[in-house]
Design a protein around this ligand. Sequence first.
Ligand code: IPE
Ligand code: IPE
Ligand code: MG
Length: 255
Amino acid sequence: MLKSGHTVSETAPGAMPRHVAIIMDGNGRWAAKRHMPRVAGHRQGVETVRVIVRAAGELGIEYLTLYGFSSENWNRPAEEVSDLMGLLRLFIRRDLAELHQNGVQVRVIGDRDHLDADIVALIGEAEALTRNNTRLKLIIAFNYGGQSEITSAMRRIAREVQAGHLDPDTITPATVSAHLDTAGIPDPDLIIRTSGEMRLSNFLLWQSAYSELVFADALWPDFTPEGLRAAVDEYRRRNRRFGATGPDDATCGEG
Ligand code: IPE
Ligand code: IPE
Ligand code: MG
């Protein structure tokens, strides 16, 4: 809460988020509004990805995670699934060199087992080429679902216990984190969802425990660097407590 007498602009802004994660939603509605096929919205959405990746780098964000395809998006018509796969191919082929030149490190999280072999190869190529880059870490969640990520982690932990390499009594939340696709990546400070929907849709379920959530009305193809900046500003005005008391809270017993 703001102290009485202070307006938002007078309040000293808090720290920048290190890790911003975005649920890029609303491509289909963007196309429908224009009487265009859904794929046109997805294509325009890729243009927004380019613009927002650049803007995130300029803002000094260290980690940017983009939700590109969920494990539940396979339930869409086959043609749309194939369009989305095609757009990932196109994005990597067309943008990889430029991302690399700009010092962007690319990492893809999600289940690769059911992706076409050429896509798996492209992902591997993008990760290998950019692995030593340090400017912006771009994490693409593709064929990603939080529940299946946690389930896979549980399975691997169980195997380590079964093999006698891990004592169940020593398992902590850090053990779980280390077995997720996001091992080594700090939890997202800020999660933005576009298009006005207010849910996580299976995105970063474990990692979002203390993330700040900002919902933007803009459909993803209409989302702009100003929208990103506004979400970051909103984040910086929030008071994160992590279950503790904040600096503005009255001391117990005071009146
Ligand atoms: C987000 O846009 C892109 C993906 C989920 C792949 P949608 O395709 O979900 O667009 P809406 O929600 O139908 O408008
Ligand atoms: C979430 O959007 C997945 C991505 C943005 C990739 P959806 O459009 O699939 O989510 P629901 O179905 O509205 O929850
Ligand atoms: Mg949607």
